[in-house]
Design a protein around this ligand. Structure first.
Ligand code: PGA
Length: 262
């Protein structure tokens, strides 16, 4: 993490938790934290949890966000949800282009680009997820894939539109596999993303964009990953589902950064 960028820790709950389960998790997470600086922690939750959790966390450091949205403003799209509805329900950010959306639901870079634009228009902070598959990694195509996903995903957005952008590098081979990328591999990919963002916008802007790492993050590897200069935060799937393991990552980081007692 570089000194001029905040650390961002986001849990991705995927398709987990009922309202009751989620609110007792959040109650446990909120208790004990008072520092203003803890505004960097967020949870990307299922749609049904947006409203109750954003009401529960009003005025607290914890941000609540969604995991997807439709690219249209509104219309006849049965089963879909619009960015302005997410905002209405209290979402502050949205994950876009997560590899599960790309691979299981066929979202391509053009579709993700339309979603990023719509999210910005709706006032949501976009977290654009990028990352190569196992085969692409083995064929040494990581840079090509990242370059394409960033260029296409951010096409047509000028610098004032991406002021709040967060990028998440999530190698597909590390997601849910208990095999995180090593901190060296992750740092190299993050550095590449940052320099490509510099060519898409400019270096000053690229230096301000937080780039998160995601893929089998847990309390044992979080610190080592965060110690790398271009890793500004973590997108945490499995380990964000249990209050104990998520708190361990958050507390650990806070002890280090602010001396906050656990
Ligand atoms: P994981 O998921 O931490 O369970 O690997 C990360 C993600 O999919 O965002």
């Amino acid at each position: 993490m570089a000194a001029n960028r905040p650390i961002v820790l986001i849990g991705n709950w995927k398709m987990h938790k009922t309202i009751e389960e989620a609110s007792s998790f959040v109650e446990g997470l909120l208790s004990g934290y008072t520092s203003e600086e803890q505004k960097i922690v967020g949870l990307a939750v299922p749609y049904t949890l947006l409203y109750p959790l954003s009401a529960q966390t009003a005025g607290e450091f914890l941000k609540i966000g969604a995991q997807n949205m439709n690219e249209a403003a509104e219309g006849a799209f049965t089963g879909e949800i619009a960015g302005r509805m997410l905002v209405d329900a209290g979402a502050q950010f949205v994950l876009l282009g997560h590899s599960e959306r790309r691979h299981l639901y066929g979202e391509d870079d053009d579709c993700i680009n339309r979603k990023v634009k719509r999210a910005v228009e709706a006032g949501l902070q976009p977290i654009l997820c990028v990352g190569e598959s196992k085969e692409q990694f083995e064929r040494d195509e990581t840079h090509r894939v990242l370059e394409q996903q960033l260029s296409q995903g951010l096409k047509g957005l000028d610098s004032d539109k991406i002021k709040n952008l967060i990028v998440a590098y999530e190698p597909v081979w590390a997601i849910g596999t208990q095999q995180s990328a090593s901190s060296q591999i992750a740092q190299e990919a993050h550095h590449f993303c940052r320099s490509h963002l510099g060519t898409l916008f400019n270096k000053k802007i690229a230096d301000m964009i937080p780039i998160l790492y995601g893929g089998s993050v847990n309390s044992s590897n979080a610190d080592e990953l965060l110690a790398e200069p271009d890793i500004d935060g973590l997108l945490i799937g499995g380990a964000s589902l249990s209050l104990d393991s998520f708190k361990q990552i958050v507390n650990h980081h806070y002890q280090k950064q602010t001396g906050y007692p656990t």
